[in-house]
Design a protein around this ligand. Structure first.
Ligand code: PLP
Length: 346
């Protein structure tokens, strides 16, 4: 069997024509023009004009850094918007289904519910790797997307190259690899494999390693054909001007980003060493991300104890395979020291 993009696009999406905004119809060629086309206030304040709906400058820099073509990039208001666009482009409400691999990121479930798409959950194996046979058996003709989070949230591990390769080759829907934490990992991004798999979609974000959670910028990499479907249905001005400017400045400052990542990884090792000495910590899961998942005697009790000391972590005890686990985000050296000092007193 072969992947056929046309067969998985929703009929209404195939039929529709995108909204054509003023800034889509006329693209400035740099010469001095008078813009009286978009009903904007003409008085300059830095943001009185609509932003570039295609984010050309920003995309060009990202495409160069990631060694892909600009036509293989889509930007969204956080990766949450990118994921929502994928649902709306490819999943017919009340008919289609998606597969997720719990324990994992909660947004796939929220978006499946919102879009009235059945979610087929295939739990990870005890080593937090996918059960490839079970996933393949779970696929129906209406299965449109498979979500793989790597490194996975909340477990912290990377999903094996072999498993993902097998799934990409055997599944005729989209394999979406959520790489929100890839910059903390020593594994290569799947973006480098884009030209080998027509059904591969990768999402990344500036919210974690890049330190820009507040500006909301999500990245999507896929074939130019898939990206053009998403472009057709995205809100015209989904990435605002302030976000485009701030993101552009930050992604060019690669040294600063690398330095922060290095600090976070050092602190991650420090926290793991400290957790190892605590009698109520029964297991520490290896992490390729900027957080650590640990099993304790009683997660809810320990969570509440930390809260009373003013430290907020994440209690993951209700997640599949995560009974009595806590997820610690790596903070600054000062925050980390405070956390460790408090943990030692419990
Ligand atoms: C934090 C996180 C994101 C980020 O989403 P944004 O909307 O880009 O902030 C995406 N996926 C996973 C798995 C995450 O943990």
């Amino acid at each position: 069997m072969k992947f056929d993009l046309n067969s998985i696009i929703r009929e209404n999406v195939k039929a529709m024509r995108p909204y054509s905004s003023a800034r889509d119809e006329y693209v400035s060629n740099g010469s001095k023009m008078v813009f009286l086309d978009a009903n904007e206030n003409p008085y300059e304040n830095g943001v009185n004009r609509y932003p570039d709906p295609q984010q050309r400058n920003l995309k060009q820099v990202i495409a160069k850094q990631k060694k892909v073509n600009s036509s293989q990039v889509l930007l969204g208001n956080g990766s949450d918007e990118v994921l929502d666009l994928l649902f709306r482009a490819f999943c017919q409400p009340k008919e289609d289904n998606i597969i997720s691999l719990p324990p994992t990121y909660g947004m796939y479930t929220v978006l499946a519910n919102l879009n009235e798409i059945e979610e087929r959950k295939v739990e990870l194996l005890p080593n937090f790797q996918p059960d490839v046979e079970k996933i393949l058996n779970c696929i129906s003709t209406n299965t449109k997307m498979l979500f793989i989070c790597s490194p996975n949230n909340p477990t912290g591990n990377s999903i094996s190259f072999e498993s993902i390769t097998k799934l990409l080759k055997s599944f005729n829907g989209l394999v979406i690899i959520d790489e929100a934490y890839i910059d903390f990992s020593d594994q290569e991004s799947w973006v480098s494999q884009l030209n080998n798999y027509p059904n591969l979609v990768i999402t990344q974000t500036l919210s974690k390693a890049y330190g820009l959670a507040g500006i909301r910028l999500g990245l999507c990499f896929a074939s130019a054909e898939i990206i053009s479907v998403l472009n057709k249905i995205k809100p015209p001005y989904n990435v605002n001007e302030l976000t485009q400017q701030k993101a552009l400045k930050r992604i060019l400052d690669t040294n600063a980003i690398q330095k922060e990542i290095q600090l976070i990884l050092e602190q991650r090792n420090l926290l793991i060493s400290a957790l190892e000495t605590l009698p109520y910590v029964t297991k520490i899961y290896p992490s390729k991300a900027n957080f650590v998942l640990a099993k304790v005697d009683n997660a809810t009790k320990r969570y509440n104890q930390l809260l009373t000391k003013g430290i907020v972590i994440r209690n993951r005890t209700t997640q599949a395979l995560c009974e009595n686990t806590l997820r610690f985000t790596i903070g600054t050296p000062e925050e980390n020291k405070l956390l460790i000092d408090v943990l030692k007193t419990l």
